[in-house]
Design a protein around this ligand. Structure first.
Ligand code: ADP
Ligand code: MG
Length: 722
């Protein structure tokens, strides 16, 4: 009978022969409690004996892997400088190697009874002998086979590589066949080996080729377990049949080849036709994606990624207007009051000409009504506004997330757009929304993540990408300046002020406390006022200043009363000051790539040439920090930067944020396994064709159970309930 991984999850490792109390303790330290844990503890590396080079051919100064036999181990002795030293002599049959271990007295005991070792380190020569100092040592004992798996055991524990390998061997022997979610046909179709072969070859590879196939197959399974709940969640939403069907007038025209958006009849068409610019082809594509989504009977759940300035607002409005055209209301949620107000003014301007007369059964006024639910409103005005929203007299409401948290009641909320969402917040918002009604939801983010990452983490959302800038957008010249070159920055700043342009100066958030950073903003301002920026009108902005006052300061900066604005990162998102041409970021090494790119996006918002200076003061920056700064200097493209960001930080950080506890991705690596991820999606989509809810068929049940065995209840609870 073939084994399910879910069964292995229920068998404690103590069932295996030879797992003593002490060994169990060591296994537990490695995170291993069940047989499933054991067989999915993949080797951290392999020693390939078939490819082994002879020690005699090693090159002094280069790193070399020696697989050999112990000839002699010394007892710990004292060096002249009073360090403990252990000497080891090994041979691979072609030459001897003298190894020296400093401050590792335990090596003597470790190596005394070992025969075979894999030793990795830099080769030196001393008095005609080949030597290595403090090499990495792996005990391979009496393991046979051409390719030997090495496990993440700690060198000091009494659990050797040989023992782990033995336990795994035992577990695989006992399991024999693994139940496989993939049929023979699918295995062939996706060019994958069976689960049974994969588990055997990942631990005891027959050949490098089989090892690679094993890795690919098990990575496929990991991605499958990751995607399954996401697709299940998406399908559940689609099957609710609770959403609105908002069809933009004339939508069917867009199915005709050669048609374009301006042929849309009624409101969305009216809106698009009078835009003062030609839409980019990305905008056209994305607006179509959104409109077709909204015409479906279930709620849209779409993520729109677009760099700063790529023109997301037009897409947002097309979406909201489509809902309004169908007799519903729209809401636009911005992260701050400043941004909400900015959007409001902009939207009033862009929709001024829209008339709703032809569809007035719902509305007794002929105007397209936009309202700002602002924190500035008096209680009386606010309650009046809330009543009008509830009656449906307001078509489009703009506000902060007070829009949902304050339980604003809509007559019929058809679409909601969430702007400049921090990219990981999607979850909470969509859950909040789902409580009361099922509006079409478009979440917009200006901090893109790589495609494969988006597919993985936001697999439950449909994705749209604006990967194109409107014509005539300028590259923002970016410079990384060290303390030595600082005066050059202030020279440029004064020059730009001379031309009546505005300058942002951003101070790092030294700690997560607004109080402290407020102090640092004040200190920087004082320093500059008595130094390079003497006599310049300067405003100060930080989170400790109340919102209303903040807005005032911002207005004074925009209008030119202040030429310079010194602030914390409160200016990070979306604010639009067309005359701002210089962004100076102090201690830029303390910011992440996405944040730096966002900050830089505050300038270059008109045809004026703009500049960004990244100032660093320290002399010993980490390589990662240098990598970030260089990336910013080289690229103005948010998508490119996000790829670099993830290359530098690793993918795990991202997974951690949205899906805590997800540690199942051991073999799958993104973005390099993107192709595999696409296969997984294809496989699951096929399954969803016959089992719409992904819960009826045997295969769906198999996969669900397996997901639960790998991920905690807490992670999957909201996905797996049926
Ligand atoms: P973001 O994606 O950062 O929210 P916005 O929607 O605020 O970008 O657009 C940035 C600016 O570009 C706005 O002034 C907007 O009017 C303008 N814009 C948007 N689309 C186009 C286009 N296709 N051609 C020219 N300008 C455009
Ligand atoms: Mg925007």
């Amino acid at each position: 009978m073939s084994r399910h991984l879910t069964q292995l999850a229920k068998i404690p490792v103590t069932e295996l022969t030879g797992v003593t109390v002490n060994k169990l303790k060591s296994l537990n330290e490695l995170g291993i409690a069940t047989v499933l844990d054991l067989v999915t503890m993949y080797p951290r590396k392999y020693v390939d004996r078939s490819n082994q080079k002879d020690l005699i051919h090693s090159i002094v100064g280069e790193e070399f892997l020696v697989v050999g036999e112990v000839l002699k181990v010394s007892a710990p002795r004292r060096s002249k400088s009073n360090k403990t030293v252990v000497d080891l002599i090994v041979t691979d049959g072609t030459s001897k190697l003298w190894c020296t271990f400093f401050n590792q007295p335990w090596r003597t005991k470790q190596l005394e009874n070992e025969k075979s070792l894999a030793i990795f380190g830099k080769v030196s020569a001393f008095k005609g002998k080949l030597t290595m100092v403090n090499p990495i040592v792996d005990l391979i004992g009496n393991q046979t086979g051409k390719i030997i798996a090495l496990y993440p055991t700690t060198e000091r524990s009494d659990l050797t590589n040989v023992m782990i390998s033995g336990f795994i061997h035992q577990a695989l022997q006992r399991s024999k066949e693994f139940a496989d979610p993939l049929s023979e046909i699918n295995l062939r179709k996706y060019d994958l080996i069976s689960r049974t072969e994969a588990f055997n070859n990942i631990h005891f590879p027959e050949s490098t080729e089989m090892l690679n196939k094993a890795r690919k197959r098990l990575a496929f399974d990991e991605l499958l377990r990751l995607q399954m709940p996401l697709l299940a969640k998406k399908m559940r939403l689609q099957n609710l049949q609770k959403g609105f069907k908002s069809v933009a007038g004339g939508l069917e025209i867009l199915n005709v080849k050669g048609s374009n958006l301006s042929q849309l009849t009624s409101l969305v068409g009216d809106f698009l036709r009078i835009l003062p610019f030609e839409l980019t082809s990305s905008q056209k594509r994305v607006i179509k994606e959104v409109l077709f989504d909204m015409a479906k009977p279930y709620p849209m759940h779409r993520l729109l990624q677009g760099d700063v300035g790529s023109g997301k607002t037009v897409v947002a409005l097309a979406c909201l207007i489509a809902a309004i055209e169908n007799g519903h209301q729209g809401a636009l949620m911005a992260p701050t009051e400043v941004l909400a107000e900015q959007h409001y003014l902009n939207i009033v301007d862009m929709t001024r000409h829209l008339k709703l007369d032809d569809l007035t059964s719902l509305f007794n006024e002929s105007n397209f009504r936009v309202a700002l639910l602002s924190g500035k409103l008096t209680p009386k005005l606010k309650s009046e506004l809330l009543i009008r929203i509830e009656k449906g007299e307001i078509n489009l409401v703009v506000g902060t997330h007070a829009l949902i948290s304050q339980a604003v009641r809509f007559k019929s909320l058809g679409a909601i757009v969430i702007d400049e969402q921090h990219r990981f917040g999607v979850e909470q918002r969509s859950q909040l929304l789902a409580k009361s009604s099922y509006p079409d939801t478009l979440t917009m983010t200006a901090t893109p993540i790589p495609r494969s990452a988006a597919m993985t983490v936001f697999g439950d959302l449909d994705q749209s990408i604006l990967d194109e800038m409107p014509h005539g957008r300028q590259i923002i010249d970016t410079f990384w300046v060290t303390k030595k070159g600082e005066s050059r920055i202030w020279k440029k700043v004064l020059e730009e002020i001379e031309h009546d342009n505005r300058v942002f100066i951003v101070c790092p958030l030294i700690e997560d406390s607004e109080k402290i950073s407020a102090a640092s903003v004040a200190a920087v301002a004082e320093e500059l006022a008595s130094g390079p920026l003497k006599g310049i009108n300067t405003g100060i902005l930080h989170g400790q200043i109340p919102p209303l006052e903040r807005q005032k300061i911002f207005e004074e900066f925009r209008s030119g009363k202040f030429k310079v604005l010194i602030s914390t990162t409160v200016v990070e998102v979306g604010v639009d000051v067309r005359d701002a041409t210089v962004m100076v970021i102090l201690d830029a090494d303390r910011f992440g790539i996405a944040q730096l790119h966002q900050l830089r996006g505050r300038v270059g918002r008109s045809e004026k040439k703009s500049y960004c200076f990244l100032l660093t003061k320290g002399s010993n920056l980490s390589d990662i920090a240098k990598g970030r700064l260089n990336a910013l200097v080289k690229s103005n493209n948010g998508f490119e930067l996000s790829e670099i960001d993830f290359a530098l930080r690793g993918f795990g950080t991202l997974m951690g944020t949205r899906q805590k506890g997800r540690s199942d991705l051991k073999l799958a690596k993104l973005p390099s396994d993107e192709q595999l991820l696409l296969l997984v999606k294809e496989f699951l989509n096929k399954l969803a064709e016959t089992d719409r809810t992904l819960e009826q068929s045997d295969l769906s049940k198999f996969l669900r159970a397996e997901v639960l065995a790998f991920h905690s209840e807490e992670d999957t609870e909201f996905l797996m309930k049926s």
